[in-house]
Design a protein around this ligand. Structure first.
Ligand SMILES: *Cc1c(COP(=O)(O)O)cnc(C)c1O
Length: 376
């Protein structure tokens, strides 16, 4: 059994993908070929923002956004404690200080009350300037932007939406990657919209930032690549990946997103009352980067994982520890924030196999095994 069946997806899309890749090879525009700009237009249109700028991966996308805002030493950037490492890593990489804030147990997303408290604490301490909040659409569900945006605006800060897991989700029809002043996503193969290697994108309505990011991603280019007006990086999406993404994006829009929602809803229906199933807020649509259940405690969770493994059912723990427990962040000198929800969720969370191509019979095996474990 596959945790996320990318082989099956390729079987279904093989003819189209092979053709698209072959065309890139024939045209031989491997870097910045026309497929890249075509994809950027498609994605900007889908998300509903003016600019989509692709880049090499979702981590670079975050760095490019922070760089465009000139965020660096002396700046505080607030980041949820429960997320993938890159959300915090890029802040420190730019020389700024990440301040980790707690999450909501129901949605796994940033907790507005904890965010407010953390900002107050930083302001009171007076050492750092609050500049931005990285808001992550964790496991596919958009964060609670209604509340977060008010806090961000009231404190004159910028909102960076890390939509690496959220692409395709929406709140009452407004799509993920359109909530941040700048938003980013990742096309890592296992993300909701993945390519066959690394890839990422940046979204914004702001012309000035878009121009700056386009320059930064190609060695700080001015008129062209050999006219360099600032220090940048080399972070582009390969033409081959853009061609593959065009095919995958079509499938994503036409059926994958709705199919993965059907599979997720079926889990929730059948597992309700047995384990804590994911909670999707009213009016929110998740793109289901993960289907994560909560168990009673660490023993219960670890026990279930072993029980399922023995039956050949793969599961994953996203994430075994919060950002503040990562060694790489051990030396950060900043205010202390209460992170007990993040700690508790790290001990109890378990992600089940999920993808748009999962059939009922396979899913029933997983559901029955979980029920059997909980009965014992
Ligand atoms: C995957 C991920 C990233 C990084 O994306 P890459 O393309 O792997 O660099 C950043 N943030 C979150 C929340 C992610 O899940």
């Amino acid at each position: 059994m596959q945790f996320r069946d990318l082989k099956k997806q390729y079987e279904v899309l093989k003819d189209e993908i092979d053709k698209a890749v072959e065309l890139v090879m024939t045209e031989a525009n491997y870097i910045s070929g026309r497929q890249v700009a075509e994809l950027e237009n498609l994605l900007a249109d889908y998300v509903g923002v003016k600019h989509c700028i692709t880049c090499a991966n979702g981590t670079d996308a975050l760095s490019l956004a922070l760089e465009a805002w000139n965020i660096g030493p002396g700046d505080a950037v607030f980041v949820p404690d429960f997320t993938f490492f890159a959300s915090g890593e890029t802040v420190l990489f730019e020389g700024a200080t990440p301040i980790f804030v707690d999450i909501c147990e129901e949605t796994f997303n940033i907790n507005p009350d904890s965010l407010q408290k953390a900002i107050d604490a930083v302001v009171e301490e007076g050492k750092l300037t609050p500049r931005a909040v990285v808001v992550v659409d964790l496991f596919g569900q958009p964060a609670d932007y209604d509340k977060v945006i008010d806090i961000v605006r009231a404190n004159n800060m910028l909102l960076l939406e890390d939509g690496a897991q959220g692409f395709g989700g929406d709140i009452r029809g407004k799509r993920a990657c359109s909530f941040g002043d700048i938003a980013t996503t990742s096309f890592f193969p296992a993300k909701p919209l993945g390519c066959y290697g690394d890839g990422g994108a940046i979204f914004t309505d702001n012309d000035e930032w878009a121009d700056l990011i386009k320059s930064l991603r190609i060695h700080g280019k001015g008129k062209d690549k050999y006219d360099n007006v600032r220090i940048g990086m080399n972070s582009r999406l390969d033409t081959i990946q853009a061609a593959i993404l065009q095919v995958k994006f079509k499938a994503f829009k036409e059926y994958e997103l709705s199919d993965v929602n059907k599979v997720a809803m079926r889990y929730s229906e059948k597992l309700q009352g047995c384990v804590r199933v994911p909670y999707v807020k009213e009016g929110f649509l998740s793109s289901w980067a993960q289907y994560s259940i909560l168990l009673d405690n660490k023993d219960d969770r670890d026990g279930l994982q072993v029980f399922l493994k023995d039956k050949g059912i793969p599961t994953m723990i996203y994430y075994p520890k919060g950002m503040h427990r990562q060694e790489a962040f051990a030396d950060i000198d900043c205010v202390k924030v209460d992170l007990h929800i993040s700690d508790s969720v790290c001990d109890r969370v378990l992600a089940l196999p999920l993808h748009p191509y999962m059939d009922d019979a396979t899913q029933d095996v997983i559901i029955e095994a979980i029920k059997e474990y909980k009965r014992a």
